[in-house]
Ligand binder design. Structure first.
Ligand code: SF4
Ligand code: SF4
Length: 350
């Protein structure tokens, strides 16, 4: 029989984000019961949306022992189940959604052992079961619940993935005080399941306040701005798309560098009939025809199949282009330029 705390956990996870929805099924319970003890699940369920003090969390629990609860919250932070920040000398606790959050923290340390192999397997099995249930004739309705909504949550909390081309990303990194880097969770999961990648793996980045939390808890390692830019250059070289997941309502500013053979999100975007509408795509590449020598070097770089030759000329399909700029990196004549997506054709989620 499933513990009642795990039953309620699905609603609490969905209240925070439905980027990787919590759907009740055997595989969901296998995963959450491996990550959370029943007591930890009950604490996560009791945590209000947004930041909460230990007293506020205790208000929603039968056991009001603050010292014990504070210790349990520390353990949960070390396990990557919650986030902790300090404000005016007081600790504030925030429960995490599956993505971005719990999933990343389970694998960002890059550890190879039996426990992490098991986590990789449980995540894979749950992702398959969740997708299958959504494809079924009777897809699940997502439960969403969290007590004492203490932040303004009348608006929908939406997980946004934004494509950030190299030059823009460099600017963002230069403006960021704290940057930390961990192992790419997609490629690490694949490696744990026996499918290693030939692309660089140490480029899953967190920027800002959450980067400090992640580094101090050993999920990631702090880097200088110069080291971070070098890591991004390596990713660009390897043809990895830079995707930024951020939301003012969630804990993190997470920068993924990945590709469709290993990343469920990039693969999902590439399979969309209109990739530029499946993600926050604010740029589009244009071809300077006079400079293009039709060498075709850019075509295999594009993971969205937005580039092709027609009658000896390079052609770009505007609505397939997500403006990642990965094609530009290899052009010998600088014939590709990124431009803001024209007004009137702005993707729905921008
Ligand atoms: S055409 Fe270039 S910028 Fe557009 S999606 Fe393909 S690789 Fe990215
Ligand atoms: S790499 Fe540059 S020159 Fe070669 S086909 Fe693409 S745009 Fe043209």
């Amino acid at each position: 029989m499933v513990d009642a705390a795990y039953e309620k956990l699905a609603g609490a996870l969905n209240a925070r984000s439905t980027a990787f929805p919590a759907v009740k099924c055997d595989e969901f319970y296998d995963l959450v019961s491996f990550l959370f003890t029943p007591e930890e699940a009950a604490i996560a369920v009791a945590m209000p949306l947004g930041n909460a003090t230990v007293e506020e969390i205790a208000n929603n629990l039968p056991n009001k022992d603050l010292k014990k609860l504070a210790g349990q919250l520390e353990t949960m932070a070390d396990k990557g189940l919650i986030h902790i920040r300090e404000r005016d000398g007081k600790k504030l606790y925030e429960a995490l959604p599956f993505v971005p959050g719990i999933t990343e923290f389970q694998l960002m340390r890059g550890i190879v052992d039996e426990r992490h192999k098991k986590i990789a397997m449980l995540l894979r099995d749950y992702a398959k079961a969740m997708i299958k249930s959504f494809m079924s004739a009777d897809p699940p309705k997502l439960e969403s619940s969290a007590p004492g909504k203490k932040v303004a949550v009348d608006k929908e909390i939406e997980h946004k993935s934004t494509i950030v081309p190299f030059e823009e990303l460099k600017g963002l990194i230069m403006k960021t005080d704290y940057i930390s880097v961990g192992t790419c969770i997609c490629r690490h999961q694949a490696a744990l399941l026996g499918k290693p990648s030939d692309k660089p793996v140490n480029n899953c980045m967190i920027l800002g306040e959450s980067a400090q939390f992640a580094a101090e808890r050993g999920f990631t390692t702090r880097m200088t701005k110069e080291e971070a830019i070098k890591r991004i250059e390596e990713a660009e070289d390897a043809g990895l798309i830079h995707t930024f997941a951020n939301s003012p309502d969630l804990f993190t500013n997470l920068l993924c560098n990945c590709y469709k053979d290993r990343c469920m999100i990039v693969r999902g975007i590439s399979k969309s009939p209109v990739p530029s509408m499946a993600v926050n795509a604010r740029w589009v590449v244009n071809i300077k025809e006079d400079d293009c020598t039709a060498c075709e070097a850019c075509i295999p770089r594009c993971q969205m199949d937005a580039l092709k030759m027609v009658d000896g000329k390079l052609v770009r399909e505007e609505m397939r282009c997500i403006g990642c700029g990965i094609c530009m990196w290899v052009c010998p004549t600088d014939a590709l330029v990124l431009e803001p997506r024209p007004a009137g054709k702005i993707p729905l989620r921008s």
